[in-house]
Ligand binder design. Structure first.
Ligand code: ADE
Length: 253
């Protein structure tokens, strides 16, 4: 029998639509967190909020793996766009994740996680390819998924899927100076968020496939906080549920 799928987001607004779509979930409380255990499209699913930041996300992921025995972990949520051409309303699928605030130099090279001999953690290629296909299908029809009002309100046009490097760190990046510094330190970066690299590291430790899909909510600059919650409710959480639903529908249980 296949092991359950872990679905993780940082904020309640990001997971709301997923929870609304799960027909029969019940809550189990572990480590002060609610884990919603149930089914979706015939799959055993455990959904949980990681909370915000790397430590909270690592604790959540460890509980998800140890206590619920999930066989793969998919993170959905929002991120700030860093890469050129990565616009609000686009979606970034992580190929690799790095902690942009890890710095044990001069003992270890900047960004390297000490004693792992690496700075970047890879998302699972096969799982990511399945999610990329689901994301492409959803992004091809933004009006259908989001409704015309949301498309107009957030001036979304022809949203794109990008695949590549995602940075994680314990800060919300909300100034041009800071996002410029990230671009300089890690030039391949597409997007920045606050949990993914921690979840990837825990999944690496346990040998469990991991993938992450993030909707770009802002450009990690001086306007990054504007309409943040509303964007999550109207766009990002709707994309998340549509992409995950598409993925689970196509995937056999
Ligand atoms: N998540 C969404 N936008 C972000 C930003 N600008 N910085 C960090 N995490 C984010």
């Amino acid at each position: 029998m296949s092991r359950p799928i872990g679905l993780v987001s940082a904020l309640r607004q990001e997971l709301a639509a997923v929870l609304a779509a799960m027909p029969d979930e019940h809550i189990q409380r572990v480590a002060g967190r609610d884990f919603w255990v149930g089914h979706w499209h015939g799959h055993d699913v455990v959904a949980v909020l990681s909370r915000v930041g790397k430590v909270a996300a690592a604790t959540t992921t460890t509980a998800l793996l140890e206590r619920f025995g999930v066989g793969r972990v998919v993170f959905t949520g929002v991120a700030g766009g860093i890469g050129q051409g990565v616009r609000v309303g686009d979606v970034v699928l992580a190929r690799h994740l790095v902690q942009h605030d890890m710095n044990a130099s001069p003992l270890f090279p900047r960004h390297e996680v000490p004693l792992y001999g690496r700075s970047h953690f890879a998302a699972d290629a096969a799982l990511s390819a399945e999610l990329a296909a689901a994301a492409q299908a959803v992004l091809a029809q933004p009006h259908h998924t989001l409704g015309a009002d949301a498309v107009t309100e957030f001036a979304l046009s022809a949203p794109q899927l990008h695949q590549g490097l995602v940075d994680s760190g314990d800060r919300f990046v909300s100034s041009q100076t800071e996002s410029d510094a990230l671009r300089q330190a890690l030039p391949d970066t597409l997007a920045v968020e606050m949990e993914g690299a921690a979840v990837a590291q825990v999944c690496h430790d346990y040998g469990v496939p991991f993938a992450a899909l993030r909707t770009i909510s802002d450009r990690a600059d001086d306007t990054a906080h504007v309409d943040f919650t509303r964007f999550i409710e109207r766009v990002a959480s709707v994309y998340s549920v549509a992409m995950l639903s598409q993925w689970l529908t196509v995937r056999s249980p």
